[in-house]
Design a protein around this ligand. Structure first.
Ligand code: SAM
Length: 441
């Protein structure tokens, strides 16, 4: 009997916890004691397995189920173990004798009597599914692929592979660990990251760092003190493109936990001083988390929080020089960072989200001062949630006073998310909902 590796044992425990608690993989990994007991190499493998198995869940189940007797049902812990081993075989390229024997031991550790079944299933995955994915990859390279090949290589549902096209091919790549430095903490921060063992490297955007050892960040306390803001380069690019001027009045709709609020303040402070942000968020829990982060970052005096539905903003909110809508979206530009999305997103979701985005945009737009700017952002790559929302807005009464200055997907280096941002400017008088005709005045 082979000895079960500590990394795989930890991955199985985390996969089970994720299933039982319905938790997000990244949240589980962040606070995991099981991981903290592993050395750097084992921790890396355990994280890769948990993130990968979550992202490829549905595809792995199809493979495993095809090799079971018809109608056979797997105990959930056995399924978790088989998914891990199948992921290693098909998507990580682990040597098949190692992946199969470790998979059998994983299954044995939770259900000794299922070890024989695990051996039979995993051998067939190694023979048949590894070859099927390799063939699909070869067709992609040759340019003779179809949607089912994209789905197989990216381990996505076919409908999603069809919607995201060749972006499916990078859905399983590990997301790059980026942080933005709090501009108020100055140059010393790079050394603080180095001292914490995070192995920072300067990134392409101001104050952006890529971490070689991201697991060292949580214990360093740098995030808790808001010395650094963990966030992808694409989010940083979107905030930097807004460049709020010092003292400028900014309305942010969809504040969430406040990452972009911090990034907007960072950009304003770098330009000379904080801006004055009114931040709207519908979730009281997220709004409270954002409050704590603003305090830690030292910008709470310049951020007023409003817990409200952005579709019905308080009438006395007034007007703003910059209105930034960070819209709820499908998250299809962040599949690698948020592995749950691929198999939990409903095919009807993008259309439903587009309707919500349109409402939020029209509502936010009513608060842009004459000559002011309106920025619409998503972390979706679907045109339906991006260009189509902007086109429909510009063709509507609420959008009539605006001109489009520019729009597009973010273009930061590989391993990053993809966000969309559109920049508009109000050219004519305020349109109030009670008197939409003023839009044409
Ligand atoms: C893309 S996320 C925001 C991310 C956030 N700005 C950040 O950088 O951390 C969109 C946010 O919009 C919020 N949201 C969804 N529907 C909303 C609504 N009707 N009104 C206001 N906020 C809403 C969600 O709770 C979510 O936090």
């Amino acid at each position: 009997m082979a000895r079960l590796s500590a990394a795989r044992r930890a991955a199985l425990a985390l996969a089970g916890e994720r299933r039982r608690r319905g938790a997000r993989a990244r949240d589980l990994l962040r606070g995991s004691e099981a991981l903290s007991e592993l050395d750097e190499r084992d921790r890396g493998l355990a994280v890769r397995l948990v993130m990968g198995v979550t992202a490829a869940e549905g595809a792995l189940d199809v493979m495993v189920d095809a090799h079971l007797r018809r109608g056979a049902r797997l105990e959930p812990r056995v399924r978790d173990a088989l998914r891990i081993a199948a992921f290693e075989l098909v998507y990580l390229g682990t040597r098949s004798d190692v992946a199969v024997s470790q998979g059998v031991e994983l299954v044995r550790s939770v259900a000794p009597r299922a070890a024989g079944l695990a051996n039979a299933v995993l051998r067939r995955v190694a023979e048949e599914d590894v070859a099927a994915v390799a063939d699909a990859r070869a067709r992609v390279v040759a340019g003779t692929y179809d949607t089912s090949d994209l789905a197989l290589v990216g381990a996505l549902p076919e409908w999603l592979a069809e919607r995201v096209g060749t972006r499916a091919l990078t859905a399983l790549e590990p997301a790059a660990p980026w942080v933005a430095a709090n501009v108020q903490r100055g140059q010393a921060l790079f050394h603080a990251l180095e001292e914490a063992g995070c192995e920072p490297q300067e990134g392409p955007l101001p104050r952006s760092y890529r971490l070689g050892a991201p697991s060292r960040l949580a214990p360093s306390g740098l995030v808790e003190r808001a010395d650094v803001i963990p966030c992808d380069l694409a989010a940083q690019e979107v905030a930097l493109a807004c460049v709020p001027a010092p003292g400028e009045r900014v309305l942010e709709v969809g504040q969430g936990r406040g990452t972009k609020t911090l990034l907007l303040q960072n950009a304003a402070i770098a330009a000379g001083g904080p801006c004055e942000i009114t931040a709207v968020e519908v979730s009281p829990r997220k709004s409270e988390l954002a409050r704590r982060r603003m305090e830690a970052a030292g910008v709470a005096d310049h951020v007023r929080r409003v817990c409200a539905d952005g579709r019905a903003l308080p009438e006395d909110l007034g007007t703003f020089d910059l209105v930034f809508l960070d819209a709820p979206c499908s998250g299809t530009g962040t599949l690698a960072r948020h592995p749950e999305i691929a198999w939990s997103l409903d095919p009807s979701a993008p259309a439903e989200l587009a309707a919500l985005q349109a409402e939020l945009l029209a509502s936010a737009a009513a608060h842009v001062a004459p000559g002011g700017r309106l920025v619409y952002a998503t972390c979706s790559v679907l045109a339906e949630e991006n260009d189509a929302v902007i086109r429909a807005f510009l063709a509507s009464p609420a959008g009539a006073p605006f001109e489009l200055v520019g729009s597009g997907l973010t273009e930061v280096p590989g391993g990053s998310d993809t966000h969309f941002h559109a920049h508009l400017r109000r050219t004519s008088a305020i349109c109030t909902l009670s008197d939409p005709t003023t839009a044409f005045g």
